[in-house]
Design a protein around this ligand. Structure first.
Ligand code: PMP
Length: 285
């Protein structure tokens, strides 16, 4: 059976999907997106993702009402069911719309919404043994809190990391570490977690927010300060969080600094909590 996609409000076969030549997301990266994880056929934290999409739309001056949000989440569920997706992701994008190329946008364009699903197993090996990450300068714009499809700084950093046999790039502005190219960063030092505060310089990850809740449940204190690159060497543990990478331990930093680490106990405790959430999602509770 042909794979289905969502185009606007319609679910259609992927090979029938058509885009305008003049879509602003192609010319300007003028659009926003979300990636939602599916465990055992059930979406994980759909509402949080939809809320963040609505916030990104507001910040980008793209019309997206609470009613649009509800319609979209129902359509995404339908798409996931039509494609019989068990383990994978839902990708959804909202572009400002199509209009003859002009930097100046008007406010009458109709946003273009589309979504697809993709099967994706959980990264179980990496969750256990950890990853190497590549430290490199953060060259992105100053509204990283918006989940926009304009991801040039992110994709160039990711390529650089891969070219150094690393699974993720970790970005820093001068001495201050911000986040990963597609993840948030945490370190643990003397039983305390540290992560960048949710400012304009990072995307406030859904997994980051979930992990912060676990930390509170576990009675761990959290320091919301940019991590100084010099402090990585003294960290007891480090990990990244994201929808697809969950809570992934970092065993090595390369690039600007070289640091080796072991998979730590607090990281493991947070992973256990996450595992409980996955099980609950899988069972539909
Ligand atoms: N930061 C950036 C730059 C990202 O692209 C992502 C992944 N979308 C994250 C953080 C993690 O966010 P989430 O936990 O919502 O996937």
């Amino acid at each position: 059976m042909a794979e289905k996609v969502l185009m606007g409000k319609e679910i259609i076969a992927r090979n029938e999907a058509m885009f305008s030549f003049d879509d602003r997301s192609m010319y300007f990266g003028d659009g926003i997106y979300e990636v939602v994880r599916i465990y055992g056929g059930h979406p994980y934290q759909m509402e949080m993702h939809m809320q963040r999409l609505q916030r990104s739309a507001e910040e980008m001056d793209i019309p997206f009402s609470t009613e649009d949000k509800q319609t979209l989440s129902a359509s995404l569920n339908e798409l996931k069911n039509e494609n019989h997706l068990q383990e994978g992701i839902l990708y959804v994008q909202v572009s400002r719309g199509a209009a003859e190329r002009n930097h100046l946008y008007e406010r009458h364009e109709e946003p273009v919404v589309f979504a697809f699903t993709k099967e994706m197993p959980r990264p179980l090996d990496q969750l256990q043994s950890g990853i190497a990450v590549y430290l490199t300068e953060d060259e992105r714009w100053l509204r990283c809190d918006i989940k926009s499809v304009n991801l040039l700084g992110n994709v160039l950093a990711k390529r650089k990391a891969a070219d150094h046999d690393c699974q993720e790039a970790v970005l820093h502005r001068g001495n201050e570490v911000t986040e990963g190219s597609s993840s948030n960063l945490f370190i643990v030092k003397d039983n305390e977690l540290q992560t960048h505060p949710a400012t304009n310089l990072i995307l406030n990850g859904i997994t980051r927010q979930v992990v912060l809740e676990y930390a509170e449940q576990l009675g761990k204190s959290v320091r919301y300060d940019p991590i100084d690159i010099e402090d990585l060497a003294g960290a007891d543990e480090a990990f990244i969080t994201s929808t697809t990478n969950e809570v992934t331990p970092i065993t090595e930093f390369r690039g600007t600094k070289h640091v080796q680490l072991k998979v730590g106990e607090i990281t493991k405790q947070l992973q256990e909590r996450f595992e409980d959430d996955v099980k609950k999602t899988e069972s539909g509770t």
